[in-house]
Design a protein around this ligand. Sequence first.
Ligand code: COA
Length: 166
Amino acid sequence: MKKAVYPGTFDPVTFGHIDVIKRSSKMFDELVVGILTNVNKEPLFTVEERVDMITNLTKDIPNVSVATFDGLQIDFARCQKADFIVRGLRAVTDFEYELLMSQTNRILAPELDTIFLTTSLEYSYLSSSTVREVASFGGDISHFVPEEIEKLVKAKYSEFYGDQAE
Ligand code: COA
């Protein structure tokens, strides 16, 4: 059985992440989306909120599940008994960081392979922080995230700033 993990922060999950999840779910028998909990980034959404978001969005894909992890992605992959780590490559700027990370992982965990999926062209510019920034100034994020996530992001900024973020 081929099992993979797809680690990330997903704060929030975007169409770009969903694209990678859908495509990689067809390549493996099981895919576990791993949400990192101990990030240095100050997250907008709690880890529970992020788990709920991805669980709801992937409920129709039976071989996809969601878990949280802290520490190293290789330890998460081992703990899940996965053989592969999935990463998305958006642009050449991602390459250097991803190469370094996958090569380090291969030294630490030679039994694991990292599989890179080039992000579909329409999402190659996208990042969670872009979504957060646009939303924080009341901009339209409907091109970047599904409707249900858009509502949650807007609600989060309304909590902070009142109606001006609506
Ligand atoms: N579509 C849209 N956006 C994408 C994307 C895609 N396909 N792929 C990446 N992004 C975005 C992310 O949302 C993120 O945006 P942000 O910085 O605005 O939040 C940005 O691009 C960077 O993505 P990524 O490199 O995946 O960062 P991340 O924070 O989501 O995840 C971890 C990083 C969690 C995978 C990594 O830090 C990790 O595993 N850490 C644990 C420790 C470890 O094992 N380190 C490696 C040791 S060699």
